[in-house]
Ligand binder design. Structure first.
Ligand code: ZN
Length: 435
């Protein structure tokens, strides 16, 4: 019943950062080979499966779109030099651009060019999934260096019937009750928004797969944003009641403080578990209420689905200047931040796994703890708070309060409460109640 994972070593963050750097050059979008290649790279970390859903499949109010693939794209000047080159950055092309190959004047080209004049060295990230158009994203300096004249414009892309690809890994536990961990995998060369969530999901899956006992089953999903969870939810409606807790992981690789956005329910066990862990972590953190903006929690928390799924972040989308630009790069995401995120998530899992209810078997008057050697049993760990924890656990283990209830009420850390419960079980004063 006591769930323990192995420690997260600093080397792990270094390893995850290396993985981010390997995924960075791949051109991802909501469909296509970039997603497949990225998921195959993740398969070297964990044995996730790739699923393919055909174009045109009806999924709730949506339809799986055509598959987009791109081989090359450029803008060449009159001397034939590539002044904008997709091979330099996958951000240079507006995602889902239709193919184009023609010569055109700068003035004709301009409406198709996107820059950030106030951040002249950064390339913006733009998409056009549901409107047939094409475009390039470039630094404002690149644009300023393009004189009037004629340019050769080429986007060698295809938009055709194919599939939507997503990755899934399930780790069976002692019960069919599930914890869902979801991250989006549709952004191109962006590290914090996208890649950090993808690799942290994989790292968490690896840790959980290496722990001998799990109360819950775990389901990890790597999906294209919005259409991905809509597709998955539409095709798995029958098993949604199994999902007891869930987290969307995104923007988890920067050194900013932790941010947690509650599920739509607001008081789900996952909401309380994350708040408890982050609140007691000694780090600064922010807890936000649910809003229908943001990431894929919008789908998991749509009113007809309403799963207990929150969104776990460090610095949220739109709250850092590098967001959705080429500056969301390998320097924004750090090995230390990745390590720190993984540690907090494992603590959250430990709370979910250990949050049982118990019954005090000697509820009339306080039992004599000294006689049972309980004060001694708790020795070695700093005394006083543990004695307090014993009293809290005994008093509120009436079958209705869980360990998290007791931890919240006593303002003691979950680990301290759980440790006390384990000692009380060993001395015969406490018995677990089957859920
Ligand atoms: Zn994004």
């Amino acid at each position: 019943m006591h769930w323990m994972s192995r420690n997260v070593l600093p080397e792990e963050g270094v390893e995850l950062h290396r993985l981010v750097s390997e995924l960075h050059p791949i051109c991802r979008s909501i469909t296509g080979d970039g997603v497949r290649e990225s998921l195959r790279q993740l398969q070297r970390e964990v044995p996730l499966e790739l699923h393919e859903v055909p174009t045109g499949t009806r999924v709730f109010d949506w339809e799986v779109p055509r598959e987009w693939n791109i081989r090359d794209a450029f803008i060449k000047d009159s001397q034939g030099r590539r002044v904008v080159d997709f091979r330099q950055s996958s951000l240079h092309v507006v995602s889902y651009s239709v193919p184009v190959h023609r010569r055109m004047k700068r003035t004709e080209l301009l409406p198709h060019l996107h820059t950030l004049p106030d951040r002249p060295d950064w390339i913006p990230y733009r998409t056009s999934y549901y409107e047939e158009t094409w475009g390039f994203c470039l630094t404002h300096r690149q644009l300023e260096a393009m004189p009037d004249g004629e340019y050769e414009v080429c986007i060698d892309s295809t938009l055709a019937a194919g599939h939507l690809t997503y990755g899934e890994l399930t780790l069976p536990g002692e019960t069919e009750n599930e914890v869902l961990i979801s991250s989006h995998c549709c952004h191109p060369a962006l590290c914090n928004d996208n890649l950090s969530g993808m690799v942290i999901g994989a790292a968490l899956a690896r840790h959980l797969s290496e722990t001998p006992r799990r109360r819950y089953s775990y389901r990890f999903l790597w999906l294209p944003g919005t259409i991905g969870p809509i597709t998955w939810l539409a095709q798995h409606e029958d098993m949604l009641p199994r999902i007891r807790h869930g987290l969307v992981l995104t923007c988890v690789g920067d050194p900013g403080r932790f941010t947690y956005k509650r599920s739509r329910r607001g008081d789900a066990e996952i909401d309380r578990a994350v708040k408890h862990v982050l609140g007691g972590s000694g780090h600064d953190c922010e807890i936000q209420d649910f809003t229908p903006q943001g990431y894929d929690e919008r789908q998991y928390c749509s009113p007809g689905i309403n799963l207990p799924v929150g969104c776990f972040m460090r610095t949220p989308n739109g709250r850092y200047p590098e967001y959705h630009t080429s500056a969301d790069d390998l320097t924004l995401v750090t090995p230390e931040a990745l390590t720190g995120t993984l540690r907090q998530l494992l603590r959250v899992v430990a709370v979910l796994e250990g949050n049982h209810r118990f019954l005090n078997l000697n509820p009339k008057g306080e039992p004599q703890l000294g006689r049972r050697g309980l004060y001694r049993l708790m020795g070695g760990t700093t005394g006083e708070r543990h004695e307090e924890a014993l009293l809290w656990v005994l008093n509120f283990s009436d079958g209705t309060h869980s360990l998290l209830d007791i931890a919240e009420r006593s303002q003691l850390r979950f680990e301290v409460i759980e440790h006390a419960a384990l000692a009380l079980i060993r001395s015969g004063l406490l018995r677990a109640i089957e859920p």
